[in-house]
Write a protein that binds this ligand. Structure first.
Ligand SMILES: [Zn+2]
Ligand SMILES: [Zn+2]
Ligand SMILES: [Zn+2]
Ligand SMILES: [Zn+2]
Length: 351
């Protein structure tokens, strides 16, 4: 069994002992929220949280930026690396940690290798706000976890909205897949929750001769995939990072300028709210400095493609998976060997 060791963001300006968690037993029970606000403030497709005993330390809190999304919640992210870290419920004063920042001692098996099948930090009990997106986001694929059925609710389970039926969930899986191009708009639009980062993505220019891992079978779309790596987890705040892969020549600012990428990007102010964090010699990650949404990952070693976080894509059809523009790779996830929520990964790949 894995045990939590501490809570941290990638740059470690946010650092708390595992004793801050209300329960040290793993997996901890939670629900995944698929609401528009959670997606657009983080860049994730869904968010889930661990309950804390109280407020994190002054030292950690002094390194966060607060973003109040409603009368109910204030969200906090690391001001340096952009990781979503904490949420305070204004209704009851409770503190929550974004589940992905919980680090574990996962070398618990005798030979020191990970117990991949059984490693789960979170135990998802239900899905909420599945009705916020027309396609239900990735919830319809995560309805059977660890041999148990996991109910989906259009909003909160206790507001009378009721549980979604199997037939409804099946329908959500098809939503957006066959949308023809005039319905999707001329450009794929991107905006974080606060609107500080807005982009337009031109349609793909793949042709029959295009090749490469990021060219999907359907040449009219961009490919998309989940990444399970530790550094994505510790900059997003959640263990499943949805990326779509876009050539830089297709990424424009709201004003129609080409977005600047490469090593110079971090020293150039082009989109005022877009803040960069260089996590290694060749990797630059970018997020909104007002609302904390993860926006880009770029590796200078593969300059031909930029990773864009799918949670900030705004579908004209209100889809969260945005299948009118994106073709999801559900044959694999990136960096599966670093996954910490294996039930979710298996459900996504098999469901
Ligand atoms: Zn940080
Ligand atoms: Zn939410
Ligand atoms: Zn990653
Ligand atoms: Zn923003």
């Amino acid at each position: 069994m894995a045990t939590p060791t501490h809570l941290t963001c990638l740059c470690a300006l946010i650092y708390e002992p595992a004793s801050l968690l209300s329960s040290s037993a793993l997996p901890f029970k939670c629900c995944i929220c698929h609401c528009n606000t959670c997606r657009r403030t983080t860049g994730a497709l869904g968010t889930w949280y661990a309950i804390l005993k109280g407020r994190p330390s002054d030292k950690s809190m002094s390194n966060t930026t607060a973003y109040k999304t409603s009368e109910k919640y204030t969200r906090f992210f690391c001001k340096q690396c952009g990781c979503n870290v904490f949420v305070r419920s204004e209704r009851d004063g409770r503190w929550l940690a974004c589940a992905g920042i919980v680090e574990i001692d996962d070398k618990q098996t005798e030979n020191g290798t990970r117990d991949e099948k059984n490693l789960n930090v979170a135990q998802v009990e239900f899905h909420e706000y599945v009705g916020d997106a027309r396609d239900g986001g990735f919830a319809p694929y995560l309805t059977r976890l660890g041999g148990k059925n996991v109910p989906c609710f259009a909003s909160e389970p206790d507001d009378g909205a009721g549980q979604m039926s199997e037939a409804e969930l099946l329908e959500l899986k098809d939503q957006g897949r066959d949308t023809v191009s005039d319905e999707r708009g001329e450009m794929m639009d991107v905006a974080c929750h606060c609107g500080g980062v807005q982009l337009h993505i031109a349609p793909p220019a793949h042709n029959e001769k295009s090749e490469g891992w990021y060219v999907p079978q359907d040449r009219s779309k961009y490919s998309a995939r989940l990444c399970c790596c530790r550094s994505c987890r510790l900059t997003l705040g959640f263990s499943l990072q949805p990326w779509t892969y876009i050539p830089p020549a297709h990424i424009f600012t709201k004003q129609g300028e080409l977005v600047l990428f490469g090593p110079r990007a971090k020293d150039t102010v082009q989109i005022v709210k877009l803040k960069h964090y260089q996590s290694s010699d060749s990797v630059l990650r970018s997020f909104c400095s007002t609302c904390g949404a993860t926006v880009f990952f770029q590796s200078f070693e593969r300059p031909d493609v930029i990773d864009l976080s799918v949670g900030v894509v705004r579908s004209r059809a209100d889809n969260a998976r945005v299948e009118e523009w994106l073709q999801w790779d559900r044959n694999e996830v990136s960096m599966r060997h670093e996954a910490v929520d294996c039930e979710l990964v298996e459900a996504w790949l098999g469901g």
